[in-house]
Design a protein around this ligand. Structure first.
Ligand code: SF4
Ligand code: SF4
Length: 136
């Protein structure tokens, strides 16, 4: 099994700093791969990354919510061009670097979102070879 970073990720990067096997990588290009991603072949399921995420975006693969019931105010992001993701997000990451995302949506309280497609998206990132390049 592995842990999965879902589209609640806003690229804070804190998770990457605590992973004992260094298997978390930032998506590139950000427009196409806006999240951080976990290399499933390397992840040892230790769970250390979970409490580090300020947006509670990381779940064990078999606990990725479907549906995720929003508290209200959370933001989810998607590849640029995804229908309905019309907001931008500007923040700072764990190290104080600027984060700018251009395909974001704010969830309403009680709104239900299926986060399970993020499992396939995570493996898709590594299948394209992009993740492995980032790990070098
Ligand atoms: S700590 Fe959370 S928001 Fe930051 S990169 Fe990791 S999963 Fe994304
Ligand atoms: S569960 Fe552990 S090994 Fe897997 S990504 Fe998180 S910190 Fe790294």
């Amino acid at each position: 099994m592995t842990h999965i970073i879902t589209s609640l990720c806003l690229r804070d990067g804190g998770c990457k700093t605590v992973c004992p096997v260094d298997c978390i990588v930032p998506g590139k290009s950000v427009d196409k791969w806006p999240l951080y991603y976990i290399d499933a072949d390397t992840c040892i399921d230790c769970g250390a990354c979970v409490p580090e995420c300020p947006f509670a975006a990381i779940f064990p693969e078999d606990e990725v919510p479907s549906p995720y019931k929003a508290k209200g105010g959370e933001k989810i992001s998607a590849p640029v061009g995804t229908a309905g993701f019309t907001e931008t997000y500007d923040g700072t990451d764990h190290e104080g670097n600027a984060v700018h995302l251009t395909a974001v949506r704010t969830l309403q309280a009680g709104e239900e979102v299926d986060l399970q497609p993020d499992i396939a998206s995570n493996s898709g990132f590594f299948k394209e070879g992009l993740g492995y390049k980032a790990l070098d």
